[in-house]
Write a protein that binds this ligand. Structure first.
Ligand code: 45D
Length: 152
């Protein structure tokens, strides 16, 4: 069920992937929060988070779209060096900052697509550990991995 759920996620377009993460975060927030330690890990991500906080609302959204689409940008490259748990902690913090209105929130009235709904429902059928595995898999390949460029 885990690989199947990830395969479904991989078929979503960039905005649907972001929407999926957003709803997974808001729904799992209750269960994840106590476990999400992040403090040490977030120190690594802190400079990226600071940069993003200082951007315009449009650029904030663009950064997240660039991460999801694996665009080659300086921020995507930095993200590519994070460990998988730092990647999760980084997204978690972005979610917190969106909730606080420091980072552009999902537009009011936004309706998730049937595809997003379907992958979310598949995720909800998994147990909590499996859900975290799915989330790890979704964020691990985001950003830009400079090792994909091959030897220089
Ligand atoms: O205009 O270290 C749309 C543990 C379209 C423990 C959009 C853990 C319309 C060890 C796309 C909607 C394993 C528990 C705009 C860690 C439109 C440890 C924008 C785990 C603007 C870390 C959408 C932690 C946007 C876990 C911008 C499981 C969406 C953490 C943004 C999980 C979505 C964290 C965001 C998750 C989602 C965070 C920011 C799932 C964040 C998700």
């Amino acid at each position: 069920p885990i690989p199947a759920t990830i395969a479904l996620f991989d078929q979503l377009n960039v905005d649907d992937q972001l929407a999926y993460l957003w709803y997974a975060y808001t729904e799992m927030g209750k269960t994840i929060t106590p476990a999400a330690p992040g403090v040490a890990r977030l120190q690594l991500a802190e400079s990226l988070l600071t940069q993003i906080k200082q951007m315009s609302r449009e650029d904030q959204t663009k950064v997240m779209r660039d991460l999801a689409s694996r665009a080659d940008t300086p921020i995507s490259r930095s993200y590519g060096f994070f460990s998988v748990n730092t990647k999760l902690a980084f997204w978690f913090e972005l979610g917190e900052l969106m909730k606080q209105g420091i980072i552009t929130p999902v537009p009011v009235g936004y309706q998730m697509s049937p595809g997003v709904k379907f992958v979310l429902e598949a995720t909800q059928k998994l147990d909590q550990g499996q859900q975290i595995t799915v989330l790890r898999n979704t964020v691990v390949d985001m950003g830009f991995d400079t090792s994909d460029l091959g030897p220089s």
